[in-house]
Write a protein that binds this ligand. Structure first.
Ligand code: MG
Length: 392
């Protein structure tokens, strides 16, 4: 059985603020759409993913899904209904048996809901995830309440909504031919066409992000999910010194800074990155950088130090943990570090992927005292906080 996901990302909604629609806004550093597509690409039962995007969003889309295996996107229409219809028509040539139609603005869809919808399609042509309605719903005319609805029979519809492909395509075609264009979800088109729609349990975290506050709340929910169970909190420190020798630049946190000297060392002598690596290894009680990358081993000669940092991050990942914060202090009279601090934080984030807000880089002089004060070298200190699962 071939199962397609159709992700509708053609909305122009900018209520969440900014100039790009909400599906391209970042949550925890990644576009909403990237996370939505990933939820489906990582699901074992999904065979193909078709996206529908808005005109003018091609570049943002290409950025959001770089490296992902998707069918070429199609452009959406005037309404959500028209956009879905365009996506269904594009999918037709790939012959899916089932299609799951999903809003791009629901990035936190749990895999178990995708599974539930697919399973329900064994017995019914359409499946819809729903949630009970928590608030009492009033019918209001002007500013006056005219009636109160019976909440016990009301359910809020989510996506993905699952359909046997030929049946939903026919329903959409029939609706278009009939000149109807304002259905706001696909289950209502199926209902209109007389198909039976079965419900399955939705999930509160599968909410649609509409406002900026929804995005903030989703970020908090994701962060909480990420640290759940990582209650064994470790701190490691690192310290390293490299001497100067004649040269024209130093590399610190992977950023090359012009200087009339360079740092002496076996690798690229990035004293800051070595110190940070040691701090992470220290938090794991895994020895130090020299144990993992012996200076006696010729393969590390001139090596970029990000190899060491990446390996330390891999060890954290192997233990099922995360680096929740790091703080680096560089001690030197020269070169001036301040102008490069932001570039350093961004570069470390590119390697570590923990978010710039979790990476601190600062510098101090030693008031012309000692070897750093005399300009003989650079010292660096680092602290890393690592969260690991409790091990019994
Ligand atoms: Mg070193």
């Amino acid at each position: 059985m071939k199962i397609a996901a159709l992700i509708v990302a053609a909305g122009k909604g900018i209520r969440a603020g900014g100039t790009l629609p909400k599906q391209y806004q970042l949550i925890n550093g990644k576009p909403v759409l990237t996370r939505t597509v990933k939820a489906f690409s990582e699901h074992a039962q999904i065979d193909m993913i078709q996206t529908v995007i808005g005109i003018g969003h091609e570049a943002a889309f290409a950025d959001a899904v770089r490296g992902m295996e998707l069918l070429p996107p199609v452009l959406g229409g005037e309404t959500r209904q028209a956009s879905v219809f365009a996506g269904l028509k594009a999918l037709q040539e790939h012959g899916p048996d089932i299609v799951l139609i999903h809003d791009a603005a629901r990035p936190l869809v749990p895999g178990k809901i995708i599974t539930r919808v697919i399973t329900a399609l064994d017995k019914s042509p359409c499946a819809l995830p729903v949630l009970p309605v928590a608030d009492t719903i009033k019918v209001v005319t002007g500013d006056e309440v005219t009636s109160t609805l019976d909440r016990s029979i009301m359910w809020a519809a989510q996506t993905p909504q699952g359909f046997r492909f030929e049946e939903i395509l026919a329903a959409h075609r029939q609706a278009a031919v009939s000149g109807l264009s304002s259905f706001t979800d696909d289950a209502s088109i199926a209902e209109w066409a007389g198909l039976v729609v079965k419900t399955v349990a939705g999930a509160p975290e599968n909410r649609k992000l509409t406002l900026q506050s929804d995005i903030k709340e989703a970020e908090r929910a994701m962060a909480a999910q990420q640290v759940r169970g990582l209650t064994d909190i470790r701190t490691g420190n690192g310290y390293d010194v490299h001497a100067f020798e004649p040269g024209d630049s130093v590399t610190l946190c992977g950023i090359e800074i012009p200087h009339e000297k360079k740092l002496k060392g076996h690798s690229d002598a990035d004293v800051a990155m070595h110190t940070l690596t040691d701090a992470i290894l220290g938090a794991l009680s895994e020895g130090d950088i020299g144990k993992h990358f012996p200076p006696s081993d010729a393969q590390w000669k001139g090596a970029p130090s990000e190899i060491f940092l990446k390996q330390a991050m891999q060890l954290v990942e192997n233990r099922g943990g995360m680096v929740s914060h790091c703080d680096i202090t560089l001690v030197c009279e020269e070169p001036k570090i301040g102008p490069f601090v932001e570039a350093m934080r961004e570069n470390l984030d590119a390697i570590m992927g923990i978010g710039v807000s979790r990476i601190s880089v600062k510098a101090t002089t030693s008031e012309k005292l000692g070897f750093t004060g005399r300009g003989e070298g650079i010292a660096a200190l680092a602290t890393a906080t690592v969260r690991l699962p409790e091990v019994d």
